[in-house]
Design a protein. Structure first.
Length: 268
């Protein structure tokens, strides 16, 4: 996408935080009646907090709202939420995946847009993220366009170098044609042996040789295998509420995982 209000908003906030980080010790040091030593301590504390805020904002990039102008609709400007499908980077460009819903005014308008069209954005926001340099094994569990934040996590991790720990993606879809990013994921699996791509289909053709059934049917077996490789794996789940709740139930109740190891986001 072209640089939008999203990117401009990020730039402004970063500029404000950076400026405050730079001048905060001096503001406190020269405040009327301030003891210089105490002022410098206060300034240093605020500087540290500013750094923390800046770091948090840099990872606050899971999803955003697009403002879609649809002539004839009420209201004409529709707000639609989409996960970001590309890794955080210095470029103002990013990717999303939009499922075309028949009769859906937002997705129909987006699919009909020509290259060069301009959209306004609100965000980014959300906390369904994974540290790119994490050394913990990860099982990513997604269905449908819930794979988009997983793609972002995976791209960020591989951009940091070879994966230091297993990172497996279990992706549920109905048919072969519904497995988005399949070629890309297969190429990444060949590039780094620590990444495993496992699509599972609920309505496969007779020729399908991969996993079958819903993602829930494979969780326990995959978790046991991943755990046997060492470390305390973390699970990342994204999809419709019913799937997310079912997988969380398996991980938290049946397998007894602590809350800190289970991360999830739903999009309905």
């Amino acid at each position: 996408m072209e640089k939008s209000k999203l990117a401009v908003g990020c730039d402004v906030i970063n500029l404000i935080l950076g400026a405050f980080l730079f001048i905060s010790p001096w503001l406190f040091a020269f405040a009327p009646g301030a003891e210089s030593w105490n002022a410098w301590i206060a300034g240093a504390v605020i500087a540290i907090l500013s750094i923390a805020a800046l770091s948090a904002f840099a990872e606050w990039e899971e999803w955003l709202n697009l403002i879609v102008d649809v002539p004839g609709s009420e209201p004409t400007a529709l707000k639609r939420s989409y996960s970001i499908a590309s890794a955080p980077a210095s470029s103002p460009r990013f990717s999303i995946a939009v499922t075309h819903v028949q009769g859906g005014p937002g997705s129909t308008t987006l699919h009909a847009m020509k290259e060069g069209a301009t959209l306004s954005c609100i965000g980014p926001q959300g906390f369904f993220t994974r540290a790119a340099n994490s050394t913990l094994p990860s099982l990513l569990i997604a269905t449908g366009t819930g794979v988009t934040p997983m793609r972002s996590m995976l791209q960020a991790a591989l951009a940091a170098g070879p994966l230091p720990a297993p990172m497996w993606l279990l992706f549920g879809a109905r048919r072969e044609v519904d497995v988005i990013y399949s070629g890309e994921m297969e190429a990444l699996a060949r590039r780094d042996p620590a990444f495993r791509f496992m699509p599972t289909l609920s309505q496969p053709s007779e020729a399908w040789v991969g996993l079958r059934g819903y993602v829930q049917t494979h969780i326990q077996e995959l978790w046991a295998e991943l755990s046997s490789l060492g470390g305390a794996p973390h699970a990342y789940i994204c999809g419709l509420e019913r799937m997310v709740g079912s997988v969380r139930e398996i991980l938290r109740t049946e397998l007894g995982l602590p809350r800190q190891q289970v991360h999830s986001e739903r999009y309905d």
